[in-house]
Design a protein around this ligand. Structure first.
Ligand code: HEC
Length: 170
């Protein structure tokens, strides 16, 4: 046993050096895999996305002197507060960057246990909804598809959307 210890110690040190590096190369590993959820090629913001916010987010992200995170997600306000709007907390990150869910703060914060956008932002605060169960994979996927399709206020005609652009997720 005593002869094994130095080897174990060496192995531990090696792992602690190598693993974080491997994680960075492979991208975040603490995010839900949405690839099994069928793609919705024409997400309607009003009927498919807003109900997710109204049901699980709007009681915190609501009109008040200080809506949490400086963000309102109640109906009629959420689209304007999200799309192309900068985060109130993290410089140079958009809450929703149309066409790029992976770069959007909103998607990171609903999809990942430890939301991050390395290398600049290894920590983007809490997963949303804060202190509650994560959104279902289906609801995460609806938000992903909506952002990939351009985060439109009203859905585009499916035929006009280039399906190749979002044939795979994640
Ligand atoms: C229990 C209260 C609570 C609930 C419910 C909640 N949030 Fe939050 N949210 C917060 C707080 C507090 C912050 C600021 C701290 C942080 O970002 O971790 C925040 C921050 C955010 C931000 C970042 C805003 C910015 O500009 O930096 C987003 C995006 C967000 N929440 C989305 C959501 C979504 C989507 C839901 C529903 C699925 C949700 N939140 C539910 C409390 C809540």
């Amino acid at each position: 046993m005593s002869t094994l210890r130095p080897y174990l110690l060496a192995l531990l040190i090696l792992c602690s050096v190598l693993l974080p590096g491997a994680q960075t190369l492979a991208g975040p590993v603490n995010c839900d895999d949405l690839s099994a959820v069928p793609i919705d090629f024409s997400v309607d913001f009003e009927t498919e996305v807003q109900p997710i916010f109204t049901g699980g987010c709007a009681n915190c992200h609501v009109e008040s002197t200080f809506p949490l995170g400086g963000l309102r997600l109640d109906a009629g306000k959420s689209w304007f507060e999200l799309v192309n709007q900068p985060s109130s907390q993290f410089a140079n990150i958009l809450r929703v960057q149309p066409g790029s869910a992976a770069q959007s703060l909103l998607f990171r914060k609903i999809n990942c246990a430890d939301p991050a956008l390395p290398p600049t932002y290894p920590n983007l605060g809490d997963r949303m909804p804060q202190s509650r169960e994560p959104l279902t994979l289906e609801n995460q996927a609806r938000i992903y598809d909506w952002i990939q399709q351009g985060a439109l206020a009203t859905p585009a005609v499916p035929d006009l959307i280039s399906k190749a652009e979002f044939e795979t997720r994640g």
